[in-house]
Design a protein around this ligand. Structure first.
Ligand SMILES: [Zn+2]
Length: 427
């Protein structure tokens, strides 16, 4: 158990979400096991012990987010407490479906944390002007880890999206501007190097699996996806190899399902929740795709992640009086896109919900992605799903899909700050 706790604590520091020493993870074995050796007088321990006593849980994480995550969460928590709202309400899809709103607790109090965790999987604690997060698991420490990284993502997106909305509507105050400048300075620069991914086309399941595992690890390593929210697939003839639902993209080894496109295998049961979208894209590609003669029926690879600035930019819309407001994530009918002629990008932003309903991604995604491969404007390389994430295509392997994922995110990062400056200067 201690090895497992140490592993997830190390993952949080490796991903830059926390500084070493700021993560404390505990799980109930015969007695409480801890991710770190006992340090006398550490106030987090009695608090966590009290939370274990007050709730029926098996694992608990108490961590102080680092860098921009810390600054953003502390800002949002201060705002929430100052306005009497006792929660943060992000608008992205991951949070809508996975976390709902995020309760804010004033001060490191066991009672406050217990109360918040009775309602939600995790909470933000504002203690002496710093943000902490408590998150639990009912069966494993992994659940607490997933909730924590998802909360960091949600708060990041919520803060930056709100700032752009305020810039657009003339609502920025000097106080807000200086907080934003402080946070901007904490953002790490975009990575310029590319991973060395396996060249395709892959002809055996083993090769394709190896390529999926490698691409998954790289998307996490490059910070293009929270490790549990994203998925990867490769089409081999009429079989789609796809990451399993709830699998961690940097540890896909045993978590790739082969699904027959005609539905004759039932492996689809554990396959990614976005399998229907992947399948629909491959089917549409097979009939209309023009991904090149050696690709045999359109794109072979799909990468999907939730890169932060792609999601944030998808939430920014100039139609402030749109009759569809509030329905953007499912019923938006305004054609929108992210376009950069210098980067060769023309990426549509489409609505769509996970699953197969009328607003399902399997209906909204294919028309945005398919049939335009090789378009001189850069269309057909990928699509952003409103408030959710980015899907990119690979002709024969993951090299082009990965490059598009990086290019789009880097462009959206730069475009985000360009828009903030532009709207703010115009006021
Ligand atoms: Zn997704």
């Amino acid at each position: 158990m201690i090895a497992l706790l140490t592993k997830y604590a190390a993952k949080l520091t490796a991903s830059g979400l926390c500084a070493p020493g700021d993560v404390l993870l505990a799980a109930l074995d015969d007695e409480l096991a801890w991710s770190q050796a006992h340090e006398p007088g550490d106030p987090r321990r009695p608090l966590m012990e009290a939370v274990f006593a007050g709730l029926n849980i098996s694992a608990l994480l108490l961590a102080r987010p680092a860098g921009a995550y810390q600054a953003v969460m502390a800002e949002l928590a201060r705002q929430a407490l100052a306005t009497g709202a006792d929660s943060i309400t992000p608008g992205d899809c991951e949070t809508r479906t996975f976390l709902h709103d995020l309760p804010v607790v004033d001060g490191l109090s066991a009672q406050g944390v217990i109360q918040a965790l009775r309602q939600r999987k995790g909470c933000v604690i504002l203690h002496e002007n710093e943000a902490f997060v408590a998150a639990f698991g009912t069966v494993s420490p992994e659940q607490a880890y997933v909730t924590f990284s998802s909360m960091c993502f949600a708060c990041f997106v919520a803060y930056f999206a709100e700032h752009l909305r305020l810039a657009r509507t003339g609502g920025l105050t000097d106080e807000r501007r200086s907080a934003f400048a402080r946070i901007e300075a904490l953002l790490p620069p975009d990575r310029a190097d590319r991973p060395d991914l396996l060249p395709g086309p892959f002809t055996s399941e083993d090769q394709a699996r190896e390529a999926i595992i490698q691409a998954g690890r790289s998307t996490v390593e490059y910070g293009l996806v929270d490790s549990y929210f994203g998925n990867i697939s490769y089409r081999l003839g009429d079989t789609i190899l796809i990451s399993q639902t709830g699998s961690s993209l940097d540890e896909l080894g045993a978590c790739i399902d082969p699904c027959r496109m005609d539905g004759s295998s039932c492996a689809g049961l554990t396959a990614s929740s976005e399998y229907s979208a992947h399948k629909a894209v491959y089917e549409a590609e097979q009939t209309t795709g023009q991904a090149g003669p050696d690709s045999g029926g359109g794109a072979r690879a799909i990468l999907h992640g939730h890169p932060r600035f792609s999601v944030i930019l998808s939430l920014d819309c100039e139609r402030l009086d749109c009759p569809k407001l509030g329905e953007c994530h499912r019923a938006c009918d305004t054609p929108r896109s992210v376009v950069s002629s210098s980067a060769g990008l023309n990426i549509p932003i489409v609505p769509g919900e996970v699953g197969t309903g009328p607003y399902g991604l399997c209906n909204t995604l294919p028309p945005a992605l398919v049939g335009t491969k090789g378009d001189a404007t850069g269309k057909g390389r990928g699509a952003i799903v409103y408030g959710h994430g980015l899907f990119t295509l690979g002709a024969t392997d993951f090299r082009d899909a990965f490059a598009t994922l990086m290019d789009v995110e880097h462009f959206c990062h730069a475009e985000y700050f360009r828009r903030v400056d532009q709207f703010d200067a115009a006021r």
